[in-house]
Write a protein that binds this ligand. Structure first.
Ligand code: GUN
Length: 295
């Protein structure tokens, strides 16, 4: 048994503070750009159905964009909508010159082919980086638009000067939103990456060997202190509600006594995801100012 009592506390990776700096910087750039070009970045947000978590997330995203001076358009669609009707709405947004970024909140109803929908988003307006073209470019090491959560994680690690080159990283959760694109990003930066999932055996042993642990399973308390190597970096992407309170995947009280750096929940990866959506939308807007041939 490891005793956590006398261990030094980990440094908190403060995503909330960094995200607010990034958002303020983008808001400043929007102001300047509006003066110069008479235009502002535009984001279209599409929500299908009434999933409470998705409704909450999309409202936070929209508010952040409005606060930064973006133009926003919202589509709240019934979960009975067909994939083809959803794609028609996306096609109209692809053709709309005031819209530079298009976001379709996930998950979509099971009846809709998510990859077909993501593939319909103009790859130059792909603020979430989920278009299979952008996912593929990231996977082959030539990234364009990068999904917001992994981009937020890497931006946060970079800010704290945490080097990935040569490190052993373990990612728990192999979803397309976080685990898979993050694995590509870490690999592209020279880490040795292991991606674990529900069928992975001996997760505890694997986790204990890692220099960096990222967990994005949505299982509160899955990562215990004794699964963490002393001095490891711990990134918690889980957001669950336990007894009315937000909880991550990691047992913070235990982990923060073993790790060298750790993200809190809330206030870690979540705010970074929002800031990266704005960064990607601003990038798409800048791209739209260039000619087709140069982008
Ligand atoms: N669902 C969970 N995370 C995300 C995200 O980053 N983007 C979108 N569009 N949907 C999500």
């Amino acid at each position: 048994m490891i005793s956590f009592a006398n261990m030094k506390k980990a440094i908190i990776l403060d995503g909330k503070a960094l995200a607010s700096e990034i958002r303020a910087d983008i808001a400043e750039k929007v102001k300047k750009s509006k003066k110069k070009y008479g235009k502002v970045p535009g984001l279209a947000a599409i929500l299908v159905g009434d999933n409470p978590a998705s409704t909450l997330y999309i409202n936070i995203k929209k508010k952040a964009c409005v606060a930064a001076g973006f133009y926003t358009v919202n589509h709240h669609l019934p979960d009975s909508i067909s994939g083809n009707d959803l794609i028609e709405i996306i096609n109209n947004l692809n053709a709309d010159h005031k819209i530079h970024g298009i976001l379709v909140q996930l998950p979509l109803p099971a009846s809709i082919n998510v990859n077909k929908v993501m593939g319909a988003i103009d790859r130059h307006k792909d603020a979430d980086g989920f278009n299979p073209y952008n996912m593929g470019m990231l996977a082959i090491g030539d990234p364009r638009f990068i999904p917001c959560t992994p981009l937020g994680i890497i931006t946060l690690l970079d800010h704290y000067k945490i080097e990935l080159k040569g490190k052993d990283a373990i990612i728990i959760g192999a979803g397309a939103v976080t685990g898979r694109p993050l694995a590509s990003m870490m690999l592209n930066r020279g880490a040795t990456v292991q991606v674990c999932h529900i069928l992975t055996r001996n997760l505890n042993d694997k986790a204990r060997k890692a220099d960096i642990i990222v967990s994005s399973t949505g299982h509160p308390g899955l990562i215990k202190g004794d699964m963490i190597k002393k001095g490891a970096i711990v990134v918690d992407v889980g957001i669950s509600k336990v007894n009315g309170k937000i909880a991550g995947d990691v047992r913070f009280d235990e982990a923060s006594k073993i790790a060298s750096f750790i993200t809190p929940v809330p206030g870690g990866v979540g705010p970074m995801t929002i800031a990266m959506l704005m960064k990607n939308t601003f990038y798409a807007y800048k791209l739209s100012l260039k000619t087709d041939a140069s982008r």
